[in-house]
Design a protein around this ligand. Structure first.
Ligand code: FAE
Length: 545
């Protein structure tokens, strides 16, 4: 099994690299040139839309089962060095590679000392990070082969079992915690920072200072696992390898060290020989065929964002893995434009930002956080068991290359508010009715926790980082969840109600909140669901044939 996986991984990694080197938009384990020349498929057994966590898990398991699978990804393959010799640009000097068709970067922390020193002008390009703006909430998402895994902080957290069961009561927690969480963690390459290195390195001084301040308020901190290779990070610190997490790289991609999906699940998927990925392909419309299959209309975009061609791809089964926003948009469009009128009215519902709120504290002059900060968070304040005010607050880095005495946090709060995603047929736009008032629950909860920390340490909040003298950033999320909630818009395994043969595999299934950073949950649920679909739906098809 292990050697098989390694062989597949190597084969898949090789195919990804070859495709990148040749500038191909079609990646498969068959000789790359031949794959590129192959005429466009008109019908495939399995079509996966999106190559983030849900899509990557699903594609691997389909490929392993011998099912010929095509993955469409609207972003590009991030494997080719630019003119500077790097695949991704840096956070301090972002260029076109940073953001999805923008003329200026839109970083989450827009200011420092109230000055707009963070964002830079760039030229439009299919960059790796997107910020999807709605009236009162922005959603950050990754674009490219690997989806969010390309831009995220790598924190790989298994949720507290009781909260998982509260959010997803129809899912067998024994099976999740006994089988699927371990399976996902193993495949994702989750590891934990070496504690003795953590205690001594200057790169995590910021975490130790925050830990000390939390302890003074009687709060517990825990180590948080990550998919960044901590062995690599230690070698970065020792000056033995090229720096990535220790060079400020994260939201615009990591050039080294990160076990993003293109190195784990997707490489293994391509290595099965049954999975092909096509990039710069944006799925738009879905319609049903008389024989029960589906046809997806996909637009091929070029590097300027222009639609250069549109094609129709038929499939026996369709797996929607375009993320909470992308998957929900595809289903809403199909329902509202009448191509899939039978879809449940629950499509679009149950959306939430996982209670995300960011805040920052100003430390005393003697509590230096260090000019050197690793970008991968490894510690969190875990007060989730506090029934009166449950909060899990990740201690976030702010690597500005100089001492700033700032402690930054991404708090995950228990916010029961939910919103609806909607589709406007006149404008063709996705909407989200989340309001500022709904974020207030998260702000109040984070404030309760950080007021306590400030009081115990005689410190104050920073007012200069989030715009408008705000102390809490409550207008963006990294963790969009819901829109096609498991057990409501789908059955208990992601089968879409009213559209047999369509499956949701991603963060759209999670009902708005999971209490921790979500990608481990999304991956483990996808593992659970595809196992069932392969055992039941495919076995049924084979029996019928
Ligand atoms: P996702 O990974 O977003 O993948 C969807 C894919 O579908 C993307 O590649 C899209 O480009 C593609 N797509 C969308 N629409 C279409 C279409 N119409 N046609 C073709 N392709 C399409 O979905 N989570 C953690 O657990 N730990 C962290 O430390 C963490 N940090 C984060 C930091 C940042 C800056 C961001 C943005 C997110 C972070 N997250 C973190 C969230 C995590 O990355 C996110 O929950 C998952 O990526 C969601 O996985 P999905 O499979 O739902």
């Amino acid at each position: 099994m292990t050697s098989n996986l390694t062989r597949r991984h190597l084969l898949g990694l090789g195919a990804l690299q070859t495709a990148a080197a040749l500038g191909l938009t079609r990646i498969g384990a068959v000789p790359a040139r031949a794959a590129e020349r192959a005429s466009a498929d008109t019908r495939v057994p399995a079509l996966v839309i999106g190559s983030g966590y849900g899509g990557a898990v699903t594609a691997l398991r389909l490929g392993e089962a011998g099912i010929s699978t095509l993955v469409l990804e609207m972003g590009r393959l991030w494997d080719t060095p630019g003119a500077d010799g790097k695949v991704f640009c840096t956070t301090s000097a972002p260029d076109q590679r940073s953001m999805w068709f923008r003329t200026r970067t839109e970083a989450p922390l827009a200011q420092f000392l109230w000055l707009d020193v963070v964002n830079k002008d760039i030229s439009p390009y299919p960059g790796v990070l997107d910020r999807v703006r709605f009236a009162d909430m922005s959603v950050y998402v990754g674009r490219g082969v690997g989806g969010g895994s390309l831009v995220n902080g790598g924190m790989a957290v298994t949720p507290q079992r009781s909260y998982f069961s509260e959010m997803l009561p129809n899912v067998d927690a024994d099976a999740m915690y006994g089988t699927y969480f371990p399976r996902a963690n193993a495949m994702l390459g989750v590891n934990t920072v070496n504690s003795s290195w953590f205690e001594s390195t200057e790169w995590y001084r910021f975490s130790r200072v925050s830990r000390k301040h939390a302890a003074r308020a009687g709060l517990r901190t825990v180590f948080v696992p990550n998919v960044y290779d901590f062995g690599y990070m230690e070698r970065e610190a020792a000056g033995q390898v090229a720096k990535s997490a220790l060079a400020g790289e994260v939201i615009y991609g990591n050039n080294h060290g990160k076990r993003s999906l293109d190195r784990t699940y997707l490489a293994a998927a391509v290595g099965t020989g049954n999975v092909t990925i096509e990039t710069l392909q944006r799925a738009r419309d879905i319609r049903r065929e008389p024989d029960g299959g589906y046809v997806v209309t996909a637009e091929r975009i070029d590097l300027t964002g222009k639609v250069v061609s549109t094609r129709e791809i038929g499939c026996d089964r369709l797996f929607l893995s375009a993320g909470s926003l992308g998957t929900t948009e595809l289903l809403l469009r199909a329902r509202e434009t009448g191509t899939l009128p039978e879809l449940s009215t629950d499509v679009g519902g149950g959306w939430g930002p996982n209670g995300n709120v960011m805040t920052a504290r100003a430390n005393h002059i003697w509590d230096t956080v260090g000019a050197k900060q690793a970008t991968m968070p490894v510690m969190g304040i875990d007060d989730w068991s506090n029934a009166a005010n449950p909060v899990f607050a990740e201690i976030a880095p702010l690597p500005m290359g100089f001492e700033h005495w700032i402690s930054l946090y991404l708090a995950i709060t228990r916010n029961p508010e939910r919103a609806d995603l909607t589709y406007d047929t006149a404008t063709g736009k996705l909407g989200l009715d989340w309001t500022r008032a709904q974020s207030q629950v998260s702000v109040n909860s984070a404030k309760t926790l950080f007021d306590r920390i400030n009081k115990a340490n005689v410190t104050i909040y920073r007012y200069d980082l989030f715009g408008g003298n705000k102390t809490f950033a409550d207008d963006f999320t990294y963790h969009p969840l819901g829109g096609c909630v498991l057990g409501r818009a789908t059955d208990d395994y992601g089968r879409v109600r009213g559209a047999p043969g369509i499956y949701v595999t991603d963060g759209a299934l999670v009902p708005g909140s999971i209490g921790v950073n979500p990608f481990v949950t999304i991956s483990a649920l996808a593992e659970r669901n595809i196992e069932r679909v392969l055992a039941e739906d495919y076995a049924r098809a084979v029996r019928a044939a």
